[in-house]
Design a protein around this ligand. Structure first.
Ligand SMILES: [Fe+2]
Ligand SMILES: [Fe+2]
Length: 477
């Protein structure tokens, strides 16, 4: 049996909110602040209603339903995956003990911090995407943007629920601060760098949902392993929604590459900017940027904090239970990226062996990199299928990094070391230039008519929930 949520309440949930008046009141008093944040920082384009997926349950079948809803009436609910009564901690020094239903006092501050960092990214992306509706290439894409936005809003609810339910007064203060910080703000920016970058155009949006949302998938994957069971169950359910966000990014870039390839072949030229599409080198530069800032989100190559989180059972590895080792890692080691002093004051890129526990950021980043490569392979198959010799690729891990050992050096996308002067002179070859951005922005004209699509992107192969591409996914105000 699955727990059904009570949709008659103000806050749809499957966490038995009606039995906890104190918690219910705390969340009900946070809700108006959330709604005024949504009004002022959420999607700016006025709409009547949008064909949205709403989470209504957590069971294997029918966890969501689709219908046209005015966005302000979207039911941001609190859903945790079903509880496994027998669940045991899967790693660290508490391995084999029953999962925690309450926060142990000694881990309170660390768990709160982990939840706040995750929670901060959710509203940040909504803020970054606030103005994209005005330039959507189709109603289908507009609907997907709004779907991602409302679900990131729901993910904020998920983290705020944990803060309110398990962290007392400090948790309530953190919940307020999640609405007080804003992406790109001078005085109170979002916690992580990539979430203060702007998402000014749809190529950036697809790159963001491919590369940066994918970082979120990996972070949620490590928190899903947590010994703190309510966090684990919350993240497990969030991952279900994330799959759609990944799809938006993957197929969004597919469609940009497909359209560019088509115009290149039809006109037998690489020089397609004047033909109303995005040239491959520009796509490559956007990719280089979004990939490198997303790599930074995984932190330094080594981290004793993360080692401690693992040993304590707060945060595991990606696919922890598929790993063939002792899940304690006290005797293991890992090779991580490092800089070697060449003796003349310059460094060269090398590897060094460290204890597996302190190298966990590297482990997670490698899983992420392998996953990113699968998208690049897919886009290259589109180029190959069009008969074109050009290929996209992931730049070197040291390229354009601002966090970790590579923060102090500059390299080409191939990993060749550069002096600071060379980097400044040549970075326009590898990162989006003012000309690139102006060109991409010039293509961003809204197409808000049913069944129509902008000229710089191919239509999707499938609609949403079995509906055709020309469905009225969004009704504008
Ligand atoms: Fe999210
Ligand atoms: Fe997401």
């Amino acid at each position: 049996m699955t727990t059904t949520s009570d949709y008659t309440e103000k806050i749809p949930n499957n966490v038995g909110l009606r039995d906890d008046r104190r918690l219910q009141r705390a969340l009900e008093s946070w809700q108006p602040n959330f709604l005024s944040w949504w009004e002022s920082m959420g999607p700016a384009l006025p709409t009547q209603d949008v064909y949205l997926r709403t989470a209504v349950n957590v069971g294997r079948e029918g966890w969501a339903h689709f219908t046209h809803v005015p966005m302000r009436d979207y039911r941001w609910g609190i859903f945790l995956a079903e509880r496994d009564q027998a669940r045991q901690i899967g790693f660290g020094e508490h391995k084999g003990e029953p999962a925690w239903q309450q926060v142990p006092g000694e881990y309170r501050a660390d768990l709160r911090r982990l939840i706040v960092i995750q929670g901060d990214t959710e509203p940040a992306s909504v803020e970054q995407q606030r103005n994209l509706g005005a330039t959507a290439p189709s109603l289908y894409d507009l609907r997907n943007l709004f779907q991602v936005n409302v679900e990131e809003g729901r993910h904020l609810w998920a983290m705020v629920y944990l803060l309110h339910a398990y962290f007392g007064r400090e948790g309530r203060e953190e919940a307020e601060d999640l609405l007080r910080r804003n992406s790109g703000s001078e005085d109170s920016p979002r916690i992580l760098g990539a979430f203060n970058e702007e998402t000014p155009d749809w190529l950036s949006f697809y790159m963001f949902t491919y590369f940066t949302d994918r970082d979120g998938k990996y972070q949620l994957g490590t928190l899903k392993e947590s010994a703190f069971d309510p966090l684990s169950r919350t993240c497990e359910f969030m991952l279900k929604e994330e799959a759609h966000h990944m799809m938006v990014g993957t197929t969004g870039i597919d469609r940009v590459v497909e359209r560019t390839a088509q115009v290149m072949v039809e006109n037998d030229t690489d020089d397609v900017a004047a033909l109303g599409v995005i040239p491959l080198p520009v796509i490559q530069r956007y990719l280089n940027f979004h990939y490198s800032v997303s790599l930074d989100l995984f932190g330094g190559e080594t981290s004793t904090n993360v080692a401690n989180y693992y040993t304590a059972g707060l945060k595991g590895r990606w696919m922890e239970d598929r790993r063939k080792d002792d899940h304690r890692l006290t005797d293991d080691s890992i090779m991580v990226d490092a800089l070697e002093d060449a003796g003349d004051g310059t460094g060269s890129i090398a590897q060094t062996e460290v204890a597996a526990l302190v190298g966990l950021n590297t482990d997670l980043r490698r899983e992420y990199i392998a996953d990113c490569q699968s998208g690049v392979n897919r886009w290259n198959r589109i180029l190959d299928g069009a008969g074109l010799p050009q290929r996209l690729r992931l730049p070197h891990v040291a390229f354009n990094r601002r966090v970790g050992v590579f923060a102090g050096i500059e390299v080409t996308p191939d990993g060749q070391l550069l002096t600071a002067g060379e980097w400044d002179r040549r970075k326009g070859e590898w990162l989006p230039t003012a000309v690139d951005k102006t060109h991409v922005r010039s293509l961003m004209r809204p197409v808000h008519e049913r069944g129509k699509i902008a000229g710089w992107i191919a239509p999707p192969r499938n609609g949403i929930n079995g509906k055709p591409f020309d469905y009225d996914y969004v009704r504008l105000a």
